[in-house]
Design a protein around this ligand. Structure first.
Ligand SMILES: C[S@@+](CC[C@H](N)C(=O)[O-])C[C@H]1O[C@@H](n2cnc3c(N)ncnc32)[C@H](O)[C@@H]1O
Length: 322
């Protein structure tokens, strides 16, 4: 983080949450500062081969084959980096030599920078709003983001900023954005899981599965913010039009995860509702193995049967004209 970056605010008060209802960017900072230190655990994020392969599969799944001879890009930027999952793992997979991890949440920049340094990567971190990227024109060869566009009020403005900071011929890749149809089933399944789990752990004999009340209250306050920070869902065609209007060429989208998302959302919600560490390795192996199997079924069977827009995640790439 730079010396002028604001400090993280990990414990939002009820008053701050109230103020955030009218200010979506304050909500982003409070919500993501709150979850920054536990984010990797909540989302089972790691910096080993499992997540390196996943990040790389997103990149390979959308970038055309003839781009691979350009790798590694020299300088990459990540917007909305969170704990650094996407760019740190892409750098580890050989996609870029060095990178800047940026986020609106100071807490996230702190964690991402720490993670990158622990891995010995050539990275720096900075608090940055994706609508006003604090870097000069023509700076980066690659701009990436994962699960960030849906949080940005003016997505097209942000994509114009991406085009500005890319060098001519540079590429952007955004992955992990919710489709409009996918978001509907994912939210319903996650809400159902949350309500069932919260009730179940109140049953006699299940006290050990219950988080302390203060934590549940803080989680509920933060969960209220989640509705404010998730601003958009996308249809692949609309997202392509936005990128083209922002000045990109060779724009393309792809979608992934159908039944895998129907499993993944309840599993992740359940994991975040019970005390950390309660479920153990056996559960993690079961959850990841099932998700992988269903992802394979989605990619090899459902892809030929259901429309592209029904899958949960959309990714998009494009190029700044030379
Ligand atoms: C769902 S998290 C994803 C984090 C990470 N990319 C990942 O996939 O694990 C979204 C991130 O976007 C950040 N964010 C939200 N609005 C932003 C904005 N306007 N500019 C930059 N980052 C933003 C949030 O603070 C948060 O860290």
């Amino acid at each position: 983080m730079t010396s002028t970056d604001p400090a993280p605010q990990p414990h939002a008060t009820a008053e701050q949450v109230e103020a955030a209802r009218l200010d979506s960017k304050l909500a982003q900072v409070l919500y993501h500062d709150w979850e920054a230190e536990s984010y990797d655990e909540k989302w089972s994020i790691s910096y080993d081969q499992r997540c390196i392969d996943y990040a790389r599969s997103c990149f390979d799944g959308i970038v055309p084959d003839d781009e691979f001879q350009r790798l590694p890009y020299d300088r990459a930027l990540e917007l909305g980096c969170g704990s650094g999952f996407f760019l740190l793992n892409l750098i580890q997979s050989g996609v870029a030599r060095r990178g800047s991890v940026t986020d609106l949440s100071p807490g996230m920049v702190k964690v991402a920078t720490r993670n990158g340094q622990a891995l010995g990567l050539d990275i720096d971190g900075r608090v940055a709003d994706a609508e006003h990227i604090p870097y000069d024109d023509d700076t980066f060869d690659l701009v990436v983001g994962h699960a960030v566009l849906h949080h940005i009020p003016d997505v097209e403005l942000s994509l114009r900023e991406v085009m500005r900071v890319l060098r001519p011929g540079g590429r952007f890749v955004f992955a992990g954005e919710p489709t409009t149809v996918g978001n509907q089933y994912a939210r319903r399944l996650a809400d159902l899981t949350w309500n069932l789990t919260i009730r179940a752990v109140k049953l006699p004999g299940l006290g050990g599965w219950r988080r302390p009340q203060a934590e549940i209250d803080e989680n509920s306050r933060a969960a209220a913010l989640e509705w404010i920070v998730d601003l958009h869902t996308f249809s692949p065609a609309d997202l392509e039009k936005m990128a083209t209007r922002a000045g990109a060429v060779d724009v393309d989208t792809a979608t992934v995860e159908f039944t895998a998302a129907m499993l993944g959302w309840p599993v992740r919600t359940f994991e975040s509702t019970v005390p950390p560490g309660k479920l153990g390795w056996g559960w993690s192996r079961f959850a990841f193995g099932s998700w992988k199997t269903l992802s394979w079924v989605d990619a090899n069977i459902w892809r030929h049967v259901v429309p592209k827009g029904w899958f949960y995640n959309v990714m998009i790439t494009g190029v700044k004209p030379s």
